[in-house]
Design a protein around this ligand. Structure first.
Ligand code: CP
Length: 312
């Protein structure tokens, strides 16, 4: 929270963050990144605190970076998934949380397939909850690491032209990024085929400053940041796309398309990537790509959030 306001207890989405608080998270992340650059990458900030990662949906980047972040802060860390736990015997989310609370959990990091599950947990848990992705709703720590990466590469966020391209309608990454980017004063354009965009009024009701288009060339013209999103194969099966090949032809980010953006433009992707579908392999590995930086910065941003929630 900003130094003039009360301390934040949970991180559920970015809709209740101010520009000042996001700026503070970026600053704390920079300090954590400095810690991770030392020969001993560990500080005692969360010693004796217990962090439980509850991952009820698949994850590589988020789960591992939360584990590394908590360990770098000297916390006790436990990771549980639904598979192999008493959830498989029918134990409810509430009883699972009560069990973790009785075992001494101070912070719970939760990924869940149902939108709203971390909010439910936050209502009942005595400690802090961080949303590590809930259904199609929100992925606030991804958005914060994206904001940090943009700031790190381009030196600012305010005033930048950011284009989010892909399956925006079903993307929790897009939603949290729209909150974060607009709060920080970026001009955000959403670009997708109409079936993956939904009605413009749906977006404009909450974010009137958004530019919404299916014209990719117009969207990319002069962009500072091109944020691509993962296209899930299920979208084709659901009849929202003629084919992945057709999507790639019309909306895949190629070198020729990146040339429409500003010369200093960066290209991002939250992962996991379908190379050759939403982004071409040469673009994903180009000097303009910050995809690896996003993954690396995920540890520092999650350290910053754990530290701030624990009272740092
Ligand atoms: N970006 C992201 O959330 O990746 P994972 O699903 O691998 O955690």
């Amino acid at each position: 929270m900003t130094s003039t306001s009360t301390r934040r207890r949970h991180v559920l989405d970015l809709d209740d963050f101010s520009q000042a608080e996001i700026t503070e998270v970026i600053e704390t992340t920079a300090s954590m990144k400095e810690v991770l650059g030392r020969s001993i990458k560990q500080v005692p900030a969360l010693r004796s605190k217990t962090v439980v990662n509850m991952f009820f949906e698949e994850s590589t980047r988020t789960r591992i970076s939360f584990e590394l972040a908590a360990k770098a802060l000297s916390a006790n860390v436990v990771t549980m998934s639904a598979k192999g736990s008493s959830v498989e015997k029918g134990e409810s989310l509430l009883d699972t949380m009560r069990t973790l609370q009785a075992l001494g959990a101070d912070l719970i990091v939760m990924r869940h397939g149902e939108a709203g599950a971390p909010y439910y947990l936050a209502e009942h848990f005595n400690g802090s909850v961080i949303n590590a992705g809930d259904g199609r709703h929100a992925h606030p720590t991804q958005a914060l690491l994206d904001l940090f990466t943009i700031h790190e590469r381009l030196g600012q966020i305010e005033g930048l032209k950011v284009v989010i391209v892909g399956d925006i309608l079903h993307s929790r990454v897009a939603r949290s990024n729209i909150w974060g980017l607009t709060i920080m004063g970026a001009q955000v354009t959403l670009c997708a085929p109409p079936t993956l965009l939904g009605p413009p009024g749906f977006w404009l009701a909450t974010w009137p400053s958004l530019i919404i288009t299916s014209d990719l060339a117009a969207a990319l013209a002069g962009a500072d940041v091109v944020m691509t999103l993962r296209l899930q194969n299920e979208r084709q099966q659901a009849g929202l796309l003629p084919s992945l090949r057709e999507y790639s032809r019309l909306f895949g980010i190629s070198a020729a398309r990146m040339a429409l953006a500003a010369p200093h433009a960066i290209v991002m992707h939250p992962g996991p990537i379908n190379e050759g579908v939403e982004i071409m392999p040469d673009v994903a590995s180009s000097a303009q790509s910050v995809i690896t930086d996003q993954v690396t910065n995920g540890v520092a941003v999650r350290m910053a959030l754990l530290y701030r929630l624990a009272g740092g």
